[in-house]
Design a protein around this ligand. Structure first.
Ligand code: IDP
Ligand code: MG
Length: 156
């Protein structure tokens, strides 16, 4: 089981798409184990996107992400990091496949609705940036017996 960091970006919140995007993750069988609405402070946005510092889009990206509130989520499931990235679609809304969140809800390249961690290392780092200890809650979900095949003990 993995937990990944998802951010519903300012455009998703302003456009009233939070519920529909969360529903997609829940419909898939993923579990929401953390949720926090916040206006991202500049210093946190800079740490979160540190790998992109120096790129042409960096200043605009940090400005966008701090411009209006976001909804930060911790999402748990088998292979959750890759599963969520696949559900998000390609980075640019104009290129993202239909059926993906970015492909279905947007056309912009920078205002692309959602962030998701892209590796286990990034997920660990990003969850630590946005959630304090105890804010991500692990809780048993009886329906997991039907979301996963536990025939061999571990979820499949
Ligand atoms: P990702 O969000 O799909 O992982 P990254 O390459 O990590 O994409 O870029 C982080 C964010 O920066 C993107 O989600 C998008 O909002 C913005 N971004 C990336 N590349 C461009 C660009 O070429 N023009 C404008 N914005 C960009
Ligand atoms: Mg990225």
């Amino acid at each position: 089981m993995e937990t990944t960091l998802i951010i519903l970006k300012p455009d998703a919140v302003q456009r009233g798409l939070m519920g529909r995007i969360i529903a997609r993750f829940e419909d898939k069988g993923l579990q929401i184990v953390g949720a926090k609405m916040m206006k991202i402070p500049m210093a946190l946005a800079e740490r979160h996107y540190a790998d992109h510092k120096g790129k042409g889009f960096y200043d605009g990206l940090v400005k966008f992400m701090t411009s209006s509130p976001v909804l930060v989520l911790a999402v748990r499931g088998l292979g959750a990091i890759a599963v969520c990235r696949k559900m998000m679609g390609a980075t640019f809304g104009s290129k993202a496949e239909s059926g993906t969140i970015r492909g279905d809800f947007g056309v912009s390249n920078s205002f692309n609705l959602i962030h998701g961690s892209d590796s286990p290392e990034a997920a660990a780092k990003e969850l630590g940036l946005f959630f304090a200890p105890g804010e991500v809650v692990e809780f048993a979900r009886p329906v997991d017996q039907w979301v996963y095949d536990y025939g061999k003990g571990a979820p499949e």
